[in-house]
Design a binder for this molecule. Structure first.
Ligand code: IVH
Length: 693
């Protein structure tokens, strides 16, 4: 029986919502990006063909309408207040004492503790289950309705799984650190001043009047507090947060309070250090008394940098809502909650020099070289200054005393100059309009703030391009490190990508520190890299705006590199996720004679493309690994089992602590929860291919 368009559209919407939840909330994708895109495109096609099929809450309607002139001002039903801040764990003991004194009780209080997210507070308003408003805090009484932007946050349901009359929930909009770094790279590539930190990036995105901008930013939200609610009742913060997850709203998950505090901390720390981030490790926990709350504070502080997002402390809330009511508010702060912040990770140091680095795209980036200083457990010596505008805005001079911090906990940056400590001989700095390496003129493209070296064969650009070319996700030349690349270029042995494949044993033996053995290994790994895939090769070329995903789309659309370098704009624009900017960059790259020549030379030197491997003849890549399979996979169960066993792995039927991987296909069932509970790694079909590669 053919499925009606309406039915199929509904099915697709349900599927896409499920996968959004798996990906953004649970951090456990069940399908590949490509499979997701396929579902999404099918829905877009159905809804475009028959607009009557589209619903308000369709995943395709996250960006609705045009840019606004201004945000509407809307009063909060319940005032949106903030917490008193303290900066030390001892303050938690003082807070506990205040609470018990006020309640006139000797007995131990139970606190609901969770991380204090470093983002932007937002109130979501769901009416009869439908997201109808999203307000900023504003002055606490009146906020601005930023719904058009908040709707674009893919981890947020537009429709709850239940339909209470009114459900207001407060949470924090933020950006994951890795998403922030990628966004900043793109900003920089596009010649736009990057954001100082994830919080600014998130807040800046929410304040945009054009929802398409917010839609292009990787925003997330964690929910943590109730606003006005009608049609549902909660006895405690724990009950409220459990309900959030049930309603489909993202939280950090609640740890099992039956597990003793110490065991929880040990368990969670180990997992966190192994890089199994949020989504799999519950971060909120009930704490008994001040002592557990303090232990929780130290625990969260110790794993702070392993979390995928920025936090700046913990929040402790009296768990029982009846007690919260009794405790009430004092001035504008609740008496039932407190925020214990972590010490800010900033430090003062001296700027010894400002140097200019040349990147792969020729961009000249000024970098402050500082007296080494410890910030957040890491010794910092360099801080990027981004561009001249940034240097001028912060008025950083050589010799200045500056305050540094690690933005998004990763890249060090200068917060401000301590002007009162500026030495008389501090020297202002101007980026030269000449490449510091090859002395060619440097220029700004129209509308850009970044200066770029104009010499296509600049050795600095060549070095950076080569580093990208050989990178693991590109041509994957395992033995060729950054140092060696610099030497090869400096010695004139490599002047282009293709020169790598012309290197001989005799060439390499002339270099310092290169013996017979290391030369043989290097040549072997260069040799091995000749066999690659088309997406990797396209990515390796390092064309501006062409990341891995775009490279994959191009490979899929055009099939061969020879076709790709001849395509016209129209054909490029017809490819999904290729816009005018990327198309222009590709056309300009492929009209460059030198690059065309390089591509042909590489092919002549034996660079060839295989189809990404589907089946492996047999290896020992999975030896000692125990797998459990669930859901529907692209090939039959038995074939999957054969494949795993042919590579040395073992396939078992039930999930246990001893399982290494749960291989989850479509419509995976209860095994998923079970595996997550045991901390078992969950992989999809592509994940298995990665293991076999
Ligand atoms: S509960 C009455 N929980 O920090 C306020 N707030 O000043 C109850 N924040 O306004 C707030 N993470 O913007 C709460 N897990 C969390 C939080 C959190 C971040 C923010 C929020 C709040 C401010 C405290």
């Amino acid at each position: 029986m053919p499925v009606s368009g309406r039915k199929r559209a509904e099915e697709l919407r349900r599927e896409i919502r499920k996968h959004d939840f798996q990906y953004y909330v649970l951090d456990q994708p069940l399908i590949t990006d490509r499979e997701y895109d396929r579902l999404y495109s099918e829905l877009v096609a159905l809804e475009t063909a028959d607009p009557g099929l589209a619903t308000q809450d369709s995943p395709t309607r996250r960006v609705g309408g045009e840019a606004l002139d201004a945000f509407e001002k809307v009063p909060h039903r319940k005032p949106m207040l903030s917490l008193a801040n303290s900066y030390s764990p001892e303050e938690l003991a003082a807070f506990d004492e205040r609470v018990r004194k006020f309640l006139k009780t000797e007995s131990e209080m139970v606190y609901f503790c969770e991380p204090k997210f470093d983002g932007l507070a937002i109130e979501l308003i769901y009416e009869n289950g439908e997201l109808t408003g999203a307000l900023t805090r504003g002055d606490g009484t009146i906020g601005e309705n930023v719904l058009s932007n908040v709707r674009t946050i893919r981890s947020l349901p537009l429709q709850l799984t239940k339909t209470p009359r009114l459900f207001e929930v407060r949470g924090e909009v933020l950006m994951f650190k890795r998403d922030f770094l990628r966004l900043n790279e793109q900003q920089q590539d596009a010649g736009i001043v990057p954001f100082a930190n994830p919080r600014n990036a998130a807040a800046g995105s929410i304040r945009q009047l054009d929802p398409r901008i917010a839609a292009s930013r990787p925003l997330r939200l964690f929910a943590y507090a109730p606003g006005a609610i009608e049609g549902m009742k909660f006895k405690s913060q724990e009950e409220f947060e459990l309900a959030l997850a049930e309603l489909g709203l993202p939280t950090t998950g609640i740890a099992d309070a039956e597990q003793p505090m110490e065991a929880y901390i040990e368990w969670a720390t180990a997992r966190m250090k192994r890089g199994e981030g949020q989504g799999r490790i519950p971060l909120a926990r009930l704490c008994k008394g001040a002592s557990e709350a303090i232990a929780y504070y130290h625990f969260i502080e110790s794993v702070r940098h392993d979390l995928p997002f920025d936090i700046d402390g913990i929040v402790a809330k009296v768990n029982d809502y009846a007690l919260q009511e009794e405790l009430d508010f004092i001035a504008r702060n609740p008496r039932w909650a407190t925020a214990a912040k972590f010490k800010p990770e900033q430090a003062e140091t001296w700027v010894k020099d400002i140097i200019v680095q040349v990147g792969r795209t020729g961009a000249l980036t000024p970098v402050a070289v500082m007296e080494p200083v410890r910030v957040g457990g890491v010794t910092v010596t360099n801080a990027t200054l981004h561009n001249q505008d940034e240097i001028d805005r912060k008025d950083v001079r050589i010799g200045d005393r500056v305050l540094v911090q690690r933005a998004g906990d990763v890249i060090p940056e200068i917060v401000h100059v301590a002007l009162d400590k500026r030495p008389a001989d501090a020297r202002p700095f101007r980026i030269p309009d000449q490449c510091p390496v090859c002395r060619s003129p440097a220029m700004k493209a129209e509308g850009e703030v970044v200066l770029r070296c104009t010499n296509p064969v600049c050795p600095a650009i060549l070095k950076e391009s080569l580093k990208h070319f050989v990178a693991r996700r590109a041509m994957n030349v395992e033995r060729l490190g950054d140092r060696l690349i610099e030497t090869l270029v400096d010695e004139g042995l490599v002047k282009s990508f293709s020169d790598l494949y012309r290197l001989t044993k005799d060439d390499l033996l002339t270099l310092d520190r290169q013996g017979e053995k290391s030369v043989a290994n290097l040549l072997e790994s260069i040799e091995a890299s000749r066999k690659t895939t088309l997406p990797r090769f396209i990515f390796a070329l390092g064309i501006r705006f062409v990341g891995e995903q775009t490279a994959k789309s191009l490979a899929k659309a055009f099939g061969t590199i020879e076709t790709l370098i001849e395509v016209e704009e129209e054909a490029l624009l017809a490819v999904e996720d290729i816009g005018p900017k990327v198309a222009a960059s590709l056309l300009s790259a492929f009209s460059n004679k030198a690059l065309r020549h390089e591509i042909k030379a590489l092919r002549k030197l034996g660079v060839e493309f295989e189809k990404p491997k589907k089946r492996d003849g047999g290896s020992s890549k999975l030896v000692g690994k125990r797998f459990v399979i669930t859901g529907t996979l692209p090939i039959g169960r038995d074939e999957v089992k054969d494949l795993i066993e042919a590579n040395g792995g073992q396939v078992l039927s039930g999930v246990s602590k001893k399982t290494d991987f749960l291989l989850a296909g479509d419509d995976a069932g209860s095994k998923l929860q079970k595996a997550a509970g045991f901390g078992v790694s969950i992989i999809d079909w592509d994940g298995l291919q990665d293991l076999l590669r």
